[in-house]
Design a protein around this ligand. Sequence first.
Ligand SMILES: Nc1ncnc2c1ncn2[C@@H]1O[C@H](COP(=O)(O)OP(=O)(O)O)[C@@H](O)[C@H]1O
Ligand SMILES: [Mg+2]
Length: 244
Amino acid sequence: MNEEYAIEIENVSMMFNLSTEKVDNIKEYIVKIMKKELLFQKFMALQDISFKVKKGEVFGLVGLNGSGKSTLLKVIAGVMKPTEGKVVTRGSMAPLIELSAGFNPHLTGRENIYLNGSVLGFSRAFMNENYDAIIEFSELHDFIDVPVKNYSSGMLARLGFSIATVIKPDILIVDEVLSVGDYKFQEKCEHRIRELLKENTTVLFVSHSAQQVEDLCDRALWLEKGEMKLLGMTPEVMAAYSGA
Ligand SMILES: Nc1ncnc2c1ncn2[C@@H]1O[C@H](COP(=O)(O)OP(=O)(O)O)[C@@H](O)[C@H]1O
Ligand SMILES: [Mg+2]
């Protein structure tokens, strides 16, 4: 294992058990499990994935819906344990994978900033210091004392991205969260990512926008049905992917 890499993935596979029958209620479900009557179908969401991301590199993941991008990001973020294979990450990580992750819907934006900070391992004092910068970037001044369950997906993305980037993680994981924001906010996020790159942050990036991937990523991996289809420099991978 080599220190120059922020992320090392070796032969990672992820299998899900999908129930093949409809069960009407939890009691019937438990009875069926006890009688071993429930049939499961094994489903490989990721198969034998290996790649390394250098410190300071921006690495893009592309692929159709259901190709395993979010699953791979969750495995890297440590949210899920892979069925097989090895994942090594070096440094602090801010994963923006699901919009609502790390937020409590009943708490206000302000309270969630502190909650999110503590989930990511930062002290209240540190969050106090960075609080104004988070509000400023998210442009949520007027809504910061409103419970986040009343936020739009765009507002949640703004808050999540602001928190994750103000704390300057070593590794930033961005899963399509930017695509729910408006055009202006997406540009702001791209700019912020470029700023982080100057400080050697490593970025793992999933976007529906080919343009964003081409603008930001050094290299890209194309996933198809959970398998590595093509790994290479961004122009080469995007040309093949868009031609597919
Ligand atoms: N927790 C889960 N249990 C069962 N199947 C899952 C689970 N999470 C994802 N999947 C399945 O794995 C496949 C890949 O999903 P995902 O990683 O979300 O793809 P993508 O982000 O590329 O759209 C999909 O077929 C999805 O239904
Ligand atoms: Mg996804």
